[in-house]
Design a protein. Structure first.
Length: 333
């Protein structure tokens, strides 16, 4: 088979490209003109430069492929304008699907986020209202998922949703907000933390889950790709045992963290027009219990369940190998 992967250089996208190639598929990877391609070095992938916000680029990108994996997204706790999230995550998704339908592609897997389900009444579907969504990112992903599922109802293309929980592992070059927590720990910048509850999954298992959804999934369905329910304090304890580095000394009370975030977003975000060190939405998100039971979906797909310690070790090793850690000698290998 030949597949298109949007955001092919990204954390999930690059691991998906490797998964597809390892299983003897051809891959066309869509990247932006300015994309960092460290994750795609030495891979036998056809790279195409384009922008998901450009409908014509998406028609060209989807021609001659059997299926589309749409992993590209703006994943951040902050942007100077909601329009950035909307144009990339909502309009971009529709552009990809419109292009795929025009090109005669039969099946598309759209990457969403399982964190949306934490705001629903049953924990298995999208919330009925967006009132409690704590960030522009989540709002845009909510809208994108609804548009994608609705698109599949009225078009000649089968659309499925792949919803990872919190991926960890190799290739997080950005890094993502989760990767930033790991990196801050490795660099000794995390003196305290605001605890949170979530589900973690190995990013390579997420890649495998995307392909399983493409091959075995039912059209119009969501597949949650997750593994272990945990807390940030437990993850930090695992990292300490893996690396020999000390755990953060204290837990920061939520009101204190929120006050710091408000001040920081006003100074850095509003006055200086740059990404805040502590975005308000990041602190709001710590109050949401994102633990979930992914077993109904993982059993249906046959998704692997890599132990969390092994996933964290892969993430640490990747950061070390690629020069992200300021004092690598201090980290136990």
């Amino acid at each position: 088979m030949k597949y298109l992967v949007t955001g092919a250089n990204g954390f999930v996208g690059s691991n998906l490209v490797k998964e597809l190639l390892e299983r003897d598929n051809e891959v066309r990877g869509l990247i932006r003109e300015t994309s960092n391609t460290v994750n795609l070095e030495d891979l036998d992938v056809e790279l195409l430069k384009g922008d998901i916000r450009d409908p014509e680029d998406m028609v060209k990108a989807t021609q001659g492929v059997d299926g589309v994996f749409h992993t590209a997204a703006l994943y951040s706790f902050w942007s100077s304008s909601y329009e950035d999230f909307y144009r990339t995550n909502v309009e971009g998704t529709l552009n990809v699907l419109n292009g795929a339908e025009e090109s005669g592609v039969e099946r598309a897997v759209v990457t969403s986020t399982a964190s949306l389900l934490a705001h629903s009444e049953d924990g298995k579907s999208l919330p009925k209202s967006t009132d409690r969504l704590p960030s522009d990112y989540k709002l845009s992903k909510y809208m994108a998922e609804k548009e994608a599922l609705g698109f599949g109802d009225d078009a000649d293309i089968e659309v499925l949703i792949a919803s990872p929980t919190v991926p960890i592992g190799p290739g997080d070059y950005g890094p993502t907000p989760t990767g930033r927590l790991i990196l801050d720990f490795l660099n000794g910048k995390m003196k305290g933390y605001v605890d949170m509850k979530f589900n973690v999954v190995d990013v390579e298992d997420v890649a495998r889950g995307h392909l399983l959804a493409m091959e075995k999934g039912k059209p119009g369905q969501r597949y949650v790709l997750g593994n272990r329910n945990t807390t940030l304090s437990d993850v930090l304890g695992l990292l300490a045992r893996l690396t020999g580095l000390p755990e953060p000394r204290f837990e920061i009370p939520y009101p204190v963290a929120l006050t710091v975030a408000w001040v920081d977003e006003f100074v850095e975000g509003f006055l200086m027009n740059r990404k805040p060190t502590v975005p308000i939405s990041a602190i709001h998100s710590t109050r949401v219990d994102e633990r979930i039971d992914p077993s109904p979906w993982t059993k249906e797909l046959g998704l692997p369940e890599t132990p969390t310690a092994k996933s964290l070790k892969k993430a640490v090793d990747w950061f070390l190998e690629h020069g992200y850690v300021r004092n690598p000698e201090a980290v136990k290998s």
